[in-house]
Design a protein around this ligand. Structure first.
Ligand code: ZN
Length: 351
């Protein structure tokens, strides 16, 4: 879950107050601006008195992700007026539509690989990021990305769209974004990302851009990978669940080798390499899978997943995802999901 740094919010609010004050002085007849200034002042007063972040109706803490998205909110979700609830619902539906348009096509076949995924928000919007980036004209390689933003709901979904923009921009241009010290590999391959950006450079740059634009306590675990037509897959795992490698004779897990994006602006990205033959796969997931609970409070867990994948290795990618969802449902035995859930299967089709 997202956490809030009070000091950070205070600085943000004071900065906004300054800007509002200037605007109100220049457009003194604008009642909406004056009202907003009053709201900011009230929030700063609540910080002084120690009541900031508490619902004015029930005095319970307001949902953290809503405070991050809008530091001026005064009521918890349970105590919004009917009008506020309707406005929120319609905003959420719009946000959900926008988010769905950012998802890649399902069942993509490119560069000798077959990709299938399942993306399931906990509520209307999701903090899980899922993307495939490749050239539609005979791609030699394909980038795959799976991430999980801290927290849930609107604030997390905004960060998910932010990650989408960052990775799309970096892989399409390969351009250095305000980074002077990066070195670039020679441009040799075709397809997106062909401006010579290597996987570790991509992650370092994405981390820097993300880090400079998130609030304290916000971060994203990520797996970024590049699968090439030779069967070689490069993977960087930044604080995310293990990537499961499903080969003919063994199932192994590639653990995280770094910290999540957004935690530190400086960092390193360790690239792990895997070679897959025809019919072999990678299985990626978010913790909405491994942390699914059953009625006795037990988690689905990586071990059960490993056994399931070992038993299911002959399934096609779409059938594997469907079978996994059935297995999780059976395990949960009616316990409702508590998080966003995304699964991705990458299967080598051609030699
Ligand atoms: Zn309340």
């Amino acid at each position: 879950m997202a956490t809030i740094d009070d000091q950070f919010l205070r600085v943000q609010l004071e900065e906004r107050r300054k800007r509002l004050q200037t605007a109100v002085t220049e457009f003194s007849s604008d009642a909406a601006l004056a009202h907003l200034l009053h709201e900011v002042d009230s929030a700063l007063q609540r910080m002084e008195s120690g009541t900031y972040g508490l619902c004015e109706e029930c005095h319970d803490p307001i949902e953290a992700d809503r405070l991050i998205a809008d530091p001026l909110v005064c009521f918890c979700l349970d105590h919004l007026t009917v009008q506020q609830q309707r406005a929120l619902e319609s905003d959420l539906e719009l946000a959900a539509q926008v988010q769905r348009t950012l998802l890649p096509s399902n069942g993509v076949r490119a560069a000798g690989w077959d990709f299938h995924y399942h993306w399931q928000p906990f509520a209307l919007v999701s903090g899980d990021y899922c993307d495939l980036i490749y050239s539609k004209n005979g791609a030699e390689e394909i980038w795959f990305l799976l991430g999980d933003v801290s927290g849930k709901g609107v604030a997390a979904s905004m960060l998910m769209t932010h990650l989408h923009a960052i990775f799309r921009s970096l892989t399409s241009t390969g351009a250095p974004v305000g980074e002077q010290t990066m070195r670039y590999a020679p441009s040799s391959s075709s397809g997106p990302g062909n401006a010579g950006l290597s996987l570790d450079q991509l992650m370092l740059m994405a981390n820097r851009v993300f880090c400079e634009s998130v609030m304290a306590g916000q971060f994203a675990t990520m797996v970024a990978g590049r699968a090439s037509s030779s069967g070689r897959v490069e993977i960087v795992n930044a604080g995310h669940c293990p990537v499961v490698v499903v080969k003919q004779n063994e199932v192994t897990a590639l653990p995280s080798t770094g910290v999540p994006l957004g935690m530190f602006c400086e960092g390193s990205a360790v690239v792990q390499n895997v070679d897959l033959g025809p019919g072999e796969s990678l299985f990626l997931y978010t913790d909405g899978l491994s942390e699914t609970f059953n009625p006795t409070g037990k988690q689905y867990g990586d071990e059960r997943l490993g056994r399931f994948l070992a038993d299911s290795r002959t399934l096609t990618p779409d059938a594997l995802i469907a079978a996994c969802l059935r297995d999780v449902k059976e395990f949960a035995s009616g316990t409702p999901p508590a998080d966003d859930l995304t699964l991705m299967v990458i299967n080598r089709t051609a030699p």
